[in-house]
Every structure is written in C-alpha cells, then in structure tokens.
Design a binder for this molecule. Sequence first.
Ligand code: ADE
Ligand code: ZN
Length: 346
Amino acid sequence: RIDEQAIRALPKAEVHIHLEGTFSLHDMLVLAKESGVTLPGPARTIFDISTHDDFSAPSVTTGGGTGAGSAGLTGFLRFLDWQCGLVRTPEQAARVAYAFAARQTASGIRYSDVIVNPTHWNAWRGRELDLLAALSEGFDEAAQDGLCETGIAYSLLRSQTAREAEDIVAALTYRRPERVVALSVDGDEKVTGRTGEKFQAAFSRAAVAGLRRTVHAGESSGPAGVWDAIDLLRAERIDHGVRSIEDPALIERLVRDEISLGVCPRSNVSLGIYPDWASHPLPRLLDAGVRVTLNTDDPVPLGTTLEADWAVAAAQFGFTEADLAGFARRSIEASFASDDLKRDLL
Ligand code: ADE
Ligand code: ZN
C-alpha cells in the first residue's frame, strides 16, 4: 500500500471539489451556533449529519444510493442546502474559504479549481456576487499566508432556467470577481434530464467572456449528457463523466479532443453510482487513453481526503508511485490555473 505521506508530498492540483463539501465538523458546529440553528440528530461526524433522515428520505425520482443515505445524490444535495444555509455573513463566508485552502494545503494540493454553487447558499439569494467577493477575501488571505491557490468555478444548478443562467453570465461578464475562472453545471442529472440546450446560450456567452467551462455529466445518467456537454456547452473538462465508458464513440471523442474527466471514485461508490470500487470504470478509462484526474468531489461529508482516496485507488487498481506522479502532473495540466502558476507547479 502506498503511504499517504508520499502522496501528500506530490505537488498537485485538485480540479473537481465543491466548496460545499469541505466544511469541517468544527466549523459547521460553530456556524450553527452563531446562526442559532439546531443540528439534525446527534453531531458526531459530518457523515452522520449528511446521512440524517432529514436529507436521506427516499426520492421517487432517484431510487438508488447507498452510503450517503437511501436518496443518494438527491438527499446529499439537500444536506448541502441545509449546511450552506448556516453561512450568513461575509466574515463567515471568508472563514469557510480560508479553511478550505488550509485543508487542501494539508493534502499537498498547491492549486484548486473549486466549484461554488451559490444556490446552496440560500442566505445569499440575489447577492451571489457578494458571496463570491466574501469567499475571495478568504482565498486571498490564504494565498497571502502561503496556502493553496484557488480559482472559482461558478456553478449553475442543473434545475435553473435558461434565463437565470444567462443573467448569471451577464453579471459575471459585467463585474467578474477576480477569482472566477470558469462556468460549471452541477446537480442531479436524473432529476432534471438533459440540460445542454437550455444552457447553450449561457455557456456560449461565457466562452466569449473568457470563462473556462467544466460540466457535471455522465454521473447519475449515461453518455448523452456528456455528448451534450461537449457539443452544446463546449466543455473543456467533464466532472465525473465515468459513464462515458458505456459509449465507445464517446470515449474516442474524449481521447481525440483531450477532454479530461474529473473522476471521483469514492463519491461514486458512496452516492450509489457504482456498488463498489472494484466495479468502477477508472482503470478502463485509463486503458482507453482518456485523460483522467483523481479527485474527492465532497471530501468531508464523504469522510475522506485526497491522499486517502489516492491510496485506496492505488491498492484497488494496482497503481504504482509513478502512476500517482502521473495523476499529480495531469491534475496540474488539466487545471484552469494560469500558465505562469502551472509552470511553477510542474
Ligand atoms: N454537487 C455536489 N456534489 C455533487 C455531485 N456529486 N454531483 C452533482 N452535483 C454535486
Ligand atoms: Zn461534483
């Protein structure tokens, strides 16, 4: 088994991680106390809370899901709404951002593209750019203190309307907060269905405005969403994309266009996309020549760290230290960091 300390020592980036999935138990308890909110059930670990009945009531639309409650991804997204709803002030938002950078640094991560989906932060409705400004204060302070550098991927929730998406891109074009580097889409594909056409205009305007593009697809639904992300949204990266393995023509396209997949095997297993690590398509994607990065998605509620997940992947799939060094290099290459920063990190 490859030692986690050796993995931490590899200079690397993380490109598929949600800020919403990184609140520590301590920070969450303090936020709840400050906001006068009672916790759902006994607060022993974040995992206990994220799998509480309040969030894991079975949903008619999803059916599946194991580790994170019977509602799988849907219930998990309800937990994120509840938790991010605890953040009410700019100081609290900055604190969450700073803690994120410290946590990433502890895993040896030098740069993160962090996904922020303001719809989860329900106290900030109508003030989304103020939320980003407050988070940026925390990311700035962290960078000044020598912690992990951060770029923000502003994420649309899959259920938002075309109009909402276009308004967001217009706002970002008019006053782009400095750290916002990309537009993203996340949320449950199974609940919303295909969203490529709906978000096509927003993504096209984002591209013109110089925003990079990364899209959640091929997670709770199959290859069609990945095709839409590439053809309609001009995605440069796919978050998850693991179910591309079901379509050989799609695999060929990912290889040809060098579109990387931000794969998160533990998340897929915990949220019921695959029953166990052994059934995960990661090794088949690599064998097919797809550019794959290895990420955590939502490490705290999933009870993990990047180094733990890389160590499990190595044990499961027989990766050597040289393979892990390859993942580290690819994570930096696939990131939306500036060319100067990439040069420093590689
Ligand atoms: N938001 C946070 N985690 C997510 C996931 N695994 N899939 C879709 N949206 C998410
Ligand atoms: Zn994700």
